[in-house]
Ligand binder design. Structure first.
Ligand SMILES: Nc1ncnc2c1ncn2[C@@H]1O[C@H](COP(=O)(O)OP(=O)(O)O)[C@@H](O)[C@H]1O
Ligand code: SF4
Ligand SMILES: [Mg+2]
Length: 339
């Protein structure tokens, strides 16, 4: 297999909380590869550790264990957190206003990073910026407007243009469409697909929204309480999920699925995600899992390859994959059937 573009190896990120007395295990042993031109979705409820992964990949925080490599070269270790933006990763955040200076015209926000990097001269920087605006579907007449004169969708396209001007290999979108109307959201997701084709750009699309991940991702990683619980091709996860948590996320958003799967029993995920300071023993999902057994409390399920490229961490992955009903009869307090 060729060297992956990005490789995250057994990454752990622990925060010291409560005045340093406790450790919060935000990311607890995550590994994944990203191929050139690939789009990887990372989904999971709020608090599962998705943004912490993004910040690590951007070198915005120090990792506790593991390493990140880019094209085989080590770029981030616990000893050396790397330099943001130095190796071709850019990020788009949820808030479209955040990266744009409200007192500057759009064109200023676009050329500024080029200036900082010493690229071109004033006139060529402006040309580059205007050209990039066209690529993200923004009329160049808007370049001389101020952020408050634009819609959220337009601003998010400008943020994408701004990131692309730095010629990244990877664009990380952290809930980048979550604040937008559904139709605008679809336009931006289509833009990701166009950019993936045109620039051979790789994406890490972080979202709590399965429909978003399914639409744009070649593969999806499902994250729960600091760990990946399932990873595989998007189509495989939709049709042959091998983890109860993924099944629960899917039944919360049946419209994201192919129609024939929408008929499966719908499971409502009950209760809160436990604290990452004191995660449950064994399988972290066991306190909310309808088919948990004593084994799940005693032993953490190993990460197993169920079919080529499809991984799951569940003691009963085979049964789940074969369509075992998760009707909540074992633990109705956690998941309820709403057929
Ligand atoms: N700087 C920090 N200090 C302490 N805890 C943090 C910090 N950043 C994130 N966390 C905690 O780490 C966990 C994962 O957070 P996050 O990565 O933002 O999750 P997600 O993006 O999936 O919602 C949460 O419990 C969050 O409160
Ligand atoms: S290992 Fe047990 S608790 Fe965890 S998801 Fe599988 S069945 Fe549920
Ligand atoms: Mg987040």
């Amino acid at each position: 297999m060729s060297t992956p573009l990005l490789s995250v190896k057994d990454m752990r990120i622990t925060f010291h909380v409560n005045g340093g007395r406790d450790q919060l295990h935000a990311v607890d042993g995550v590994s994944f590869d990203l191929a050139s031109g690939e789009s990887l979705g990372i989904i999971g409820e709020s608090g599962s550790g998705k943004s912490t992964i993004a910040r690590a990949v951007l070198s915005l925080l120090r990792i506790t264990r593991g390493e990140i490599t880019m094209e085989g070269k080590t770029i981030v270790t616990p000893q050396s957190p790397g330099k943001p933006g130095n190796y071709g990763v850019q990020i788009i955040f949820q808030d479209p206003h955040a990266a744009l200076n409200p007192r500057s015209k759009i064109i200023r926000s676009l050329v500024e990073p080029l200036e900082i990097q010493g690229k071109g001269n004033a006139s060529s920087r402006r040309d580059m910026a205007l050209e990039m605006l066209a690529k993200v579907g923004i009329n160049r007449a808007l370049a001389d407007r101020y952020p408050h004169e634009l819609s959220g969708g337009q601003k998010q396209r400008i943020n994408i243009a701004r990131a692309l001007l730095l010629r990244p290999k990877i664009l990380v979108a952290d809930e980048a469409t979550a604040a937008l109307d559904v139709s605008i959201q679809a336009d931006i997701l289509n833009l990701y697909k166009d950019l993936q084709d045109e620039f051979g750009l790789s994406f890490i699309v972080i979202t709590h929204d399965l429909a978003v991940a399914s639409y744009v991702s070649d593969r999806i990683a499902v994250m729960y309480l600091g760990r990946f619980v399932e990873l595989g091709p998007s189509a495989t996860l939709a049709t042959k999920s091998a983890h109860p948590y993924t099944r629960a996320l899917m039944s919360a958003e049946p419209e994201a699925l192919p129609r024939r799967l929408q008929k499966q029993d719908r499971l409502v995920l009950r209760g809160e995600i436990p604290s990452p300071v004191t995660p449950p023993s064994g399988c972290r999902f066991r306190t909310r899992c309808p088919i948990a057994t004593d084994l799940c409390a005693a032993e953490a399920p190993p990460w197993r390859e169920m079919s080529p490229g499809h991984y799951s961490a569940c003691h009963f992955a085979e049964e789940v994959m074969a369509g075992k009903p998760l009707d909540g009869s074992d633990k109705p307090q956690n998941l309820e059937s709403v057929k």
